[in-house]
Design a protein around this ligand. Sequence first.
Ligand code: TXA
Ligand code: MG
Length: 316
Amino acid sequence: MIVDLEEALRSLQKGEIVAIPTETVYGLAAPITNEESLKKVFETKKRPFFDPLIVHVENKAQAQGLTKEWPEIYDLLAASFWPGPLTLIAPKNEKVSALITSGLDTVALRAPNHPIAQKILKQLSIPLAAPSANRFGKTSPTTAAHVELEFDKKIPVVDGGPCDVGVESTVLRAEVKTGLWNLEILRPGGVSRAQIEALLHHHKVMFHFVEAKQKEASPGHLEHHYQPDSPLILASKNQTVVSILQRLREKNLMANQIVELRLPAEAALAARVLYSEFRRLSKPKTAMFFKIEPKHQLPEWEAVMDRLKRASSIYE
Ligand code: TXA
Ligand code: MG
């Protein structure tokens, strides 16, 4: 059910969960101080408790209030990318419950860049834990209508229009060893590797990217994730529809219809429409295919390709 900002604030204060718009995707929010609300978030999404939540903050000061240590390099990253689609992992302090972090000793923090999310955070003055507002493992919502469909209109939603970025935030962890920063991208997203590199080069920071040990590092970024309701197949550029149909048959996917998922030529625009296209094309007995072209291997496509691969992984 669509609610306005005032009603959303009242609901959050009463301990109800509310779906709120962010610039990446809609989030299902609960104040970090209310354990019952936090539990409702997991229950509503059918999310396993091993998958930790991102805490949304108003600004850097509020983020630092939740950490035991604040890696120095986060000053630069936050100054440049906050508010925005970058989530920073830092050692947590006692203000962050184990429920939020799934027992990890780190917390994921991000300041969203959406005026409605910002107003709510400011007026509530309590940080909000908010995973994407979808059932666990499914496609994230990028409009209020998607949230309504996802939860049968049972959850209050503030309508902030379609999300600008369209895929989730980049999740980053930094550690310094003898003057060299090790950066791990646990989930590619709205801020690209190239943007991070450019900023750090500009400030003459000594760093390198290390391969993320996905499973232990980011428990929720699973191989089968972001699933649309209809099967998605990744095809090569010159594969024919007949051979794609053949592949579907081999996998026992009885689709009567196959449709091509086409995305804009520019990566940022493709990210913006990706999830709404997943939903628009998902129909009973229909399968989707996406043709991978050489340009999709370029770094700016990292987040979109990550989502396409995971969304199609159970059919590979
Ligand atoms: O753009 C976004 O990040 C959206 C909007 C709503 O802000 N939120 C989002 O949340 O995508 P969620 O819960 O769907 O994804 C959170 C990701 C998961 O992959 C989780 O494993 C990871 O962040 N994560 C959370 N806390 C972590 C931690 N302490 N260490 C490593 N990964 C963590
Ligand atoms: Mg999610």
